[in-house]
Write a protein that binds this ligand. Structure first.
Ligand code: NOJ
Ligand code: CA
Length: 596
């Protein structure tokens, strides 16, 4: 993981780990009817008897468009490329794709610097390519989620161009402009998370503008109602085109203290050589919740989902993002698992319990375009493929919605730059060698074992790791023991099994340091998940009477072990190293739904 992000993540999430530790264990519930209410909007029709909304049953998949599939061989992925892979996504079991920004952009932050919110960058295609992709996705029941970069625009956005043109321009107050404290002194000590002061002096009007990210990403002034109106209008514009929701970028930093208090400085320096700092006055200000409630009202008119890039520090803070009456984000991403970088059942148990104690629907994420790939983070270097299945066996069987990161399903690994000159992500150039940037986790999707992994016939914008020769879609599709086939089987099971869709979560054998086990329980039916996270064979035994099940056997639904019988005794289970067992437990006649 890049150092900057790991430091930010840890700083943000340490209190969450602590609260998970101190918080109550997952409470056994006697029936799914007692499970927490869904965070559904009041108007949308539910998809099941439990009142769940479509996004609670859906599997989401993040696509970094530069890196997915290149249709015109310029070395950069594009929308027609994504369109051509929809059948693959359908077969995998994906219901919604979140595409990171594909709008016109100077690409300083690879699309997170938007110069026009209502168009497509020519490198990715055209609006008609988008419409075509949208239609093709709809035809396959796949929804499209776009990335809404709300905190800032590009400095090339027409709003900012006007804003910086004069102190009296129409859009001046759309951004955060202030006088310096004195000659060559920024207004206060706030730092950009990408290095250096968060203030950029603009000679034209002799004032500073504020940017939490790069100087080319000026922060919008969300205290200005005109900004709100314009940005809410952007979401409507895309909903009218059929988009099913947004992932909201950097929501934590929408507001700043209007009095510009200095932030407390902490001991030590970060990877950019800046002093460490507690972002007390420019991060997580309460005003963000009014904006989220407004955005939600618009989303509800379209049965759309809002997913938040929310760096929570504890469950109370996470709860605030769901809203006081479930009227903000349906899916705030809490990044719980991204903080556990070892295969530790006790740690995962705590994180899962914390997620289940939240007031809203849990969202599980193993990786994304800002974090080192899960294959590297959890892998031990010898059993990485087995471990990739172990991680899938866990996060795809929990109560909540998973968001996959492209390539996770084939065991893609990081390919970090070897030299500073090779780095594309500007933070990697600025922070080298402590901060290598995020190129490593953004490399092209590995489709087959032909040159460039079948991603492009041109020169790929980022180099592809040699592991593409074995870890690619075409090869893994043919191998019944591959990571990909395991994902496909698991997602098929998840979509068809009532307990996995709607059941509550009950932790089992909570003292076991090596084997993570739990029940997903729905009425008189339950799914038992048993995951050996250790390199040794392990034994496990279950008495489920306290959970309302007298069964002594489980019906095997799916497992990574080759020698497991179709019925397994609950009192005497042997688990191979790094293995997953998923079985059905029932008080009535057992109906197998999916055979391994
Ligand atoms: C979070 C995005 O995930 C990251 O890639 C980006 O650099 C920042 N927000 C700024 O938009
Ligand atoms: Ca292209």
């Amino acid at each position: 993981m890049p150092k900057l992000l790991s430091v930010l993540l840890l700083a943000a999430l340490l209190p969450l780990a602590a609260s998970a530790q101190a918080g109550p264990p997952a409470k056994p519930q006697t029936s799914a009817a007692k499970a927490k209410p869904s965070t559904a909007s009041s108007t949308a029709p539910p998809v099941d008897a439990e009142g769940h909304q479509w996004w609670q049953h859906a599997v989401f998949y993040e696509i970094y468009p530069r890196s997915y599939a290149d249709s015109n061989n310029d070395g950069i992925g594009d929308l027609p490329g994504i369109d051509s892979k929809l059948d693959y996504l359908k077969r995998l079991g994906v219901d919604a794709i979140w595409i990171t920004p594909c709008f016109p952009s100077p690409q300083v932050d690879f699309g997170y610097d938007v110069s026009d919110y209502e168009d497509i960058d020519p490198m990715y295609g055209t609006l008609s390519d988008f419409d075509q992709m949208q239609r093709d996705a709809q035809g396959r029941n796949i929804r499209i989620i776009l990335d809404f970069v709300m905190n800032h625009t590009s400095d090339q956005n027409k709003w900012f161009i006007d804003s910086r043109s004069s102190r009296t321009s129409k859009h001046r107050d759309w951004y955060v402009w202030r006088d310096g404290k004195g000659p060559n002194q920024p207004p206060n000590n706030w730092l950009s998370t990408f290095g250096g002061s968060a203030w950029q002096f603009d000679g034209k009007t002799s004032q500073y503008y504020y940017h939490f990210f790069y100087p080319q990403q000026p922060d919008l002034n969300w205290r200005n109602p005109a900004v709100k109106d314009a940005m809410f209008g952007v979401t409507r514009w895309w909903y009218d085109k059929g988009v099913a929701g947004f992932r909201l970028d950097a929501v934590d930093t929408l507001f700043e203290d209007p009095n510009l208090h200095d932030n407390p400085v902490l001991p030590g320096k970060n990877a950019f050589g800046d002093p460490k700092m507690k972002n007390e006055y420019n991060d997580k200000l309460p005003e963000v919740h009014d904006v989220l409630q407004g955005l939600r009202k618009v989303a509800d008119q379209y049965n759309a989902v809002l997913i938040g890039e929310t760096w929570t520090t504890d469950i109370e803070e996470l709860n605030k993002y769901y809203g006081p009456t479930s009227n903000e984000l349906q899916m705030p991403m809490d990044f719980l698992f991204t903080t556990v970088n070892k295969l530790s059942p006790p740690d995962f148990r705590k994180q899962i319990a914390a997620a289940n104690s939240a007031s809203g629907w849990p969202v599980y994420v193993l990786g994304n375009h800002d974090i080192e790939r899960s294959y590297n983070r959890y892998g031990d270097g010898k059993h990485n493929d087995e471990i990739a299945k172990v991680m899938a066996g866990m996060y795809l069987t929990l109560r909540g919605t998973p968001i996959l990161y492209y390539g996770e399903e084939i065991g893609m690994q990081n390919n970090d730059p070897k030299t500073r000159a090779a780095v594309k992500d500007p933070i990697g150039r600025r922070g080298w060698p402590d901060e290598k940037g995020r190129d490593g986790e953004r490399t092209p999707m590995q489709w087959d074992n032909t040159p460039n992994a079948g991603f492009t016939k041109g020169i790929p914008w980022l180099p592809i790791p040699v592991s593409y020769r074995t870890h690619n879609v075409a090869s893994e599709q043919k191998d019944p023991y591959s990571i990909l086939v395991f994902y496909q089987n698991l997602l098929k099971l998840r979509h068809t099994n009532r307990a996995l869709l709607d059941g509550d979560y009950v932790a089992l054998n909570e003292d076991d340091p090596n084997v993570l086990s739990y029940l997903r329980r729905y009425k008189d039916q339950a799914v038992l998940v048993v995951i050996n996270m250790s390199p040794q064979q392990q034994e496990a035994s279950f008495d489920l009477a306290a959970q309302g099940f007298s069964a002594t056997q489980a019906k095997t639904l799916l497992t990574t072990m080759s020698s497991v019988k179709s019925q397994t005794a609950l009192s005497d289970m042997t688990l191979a190293p790094f293995s997953v067992y998923i079985g059905e437990v029932s008080n009535t006649a057992i109906t197998p739904i999916h055979k391994p």
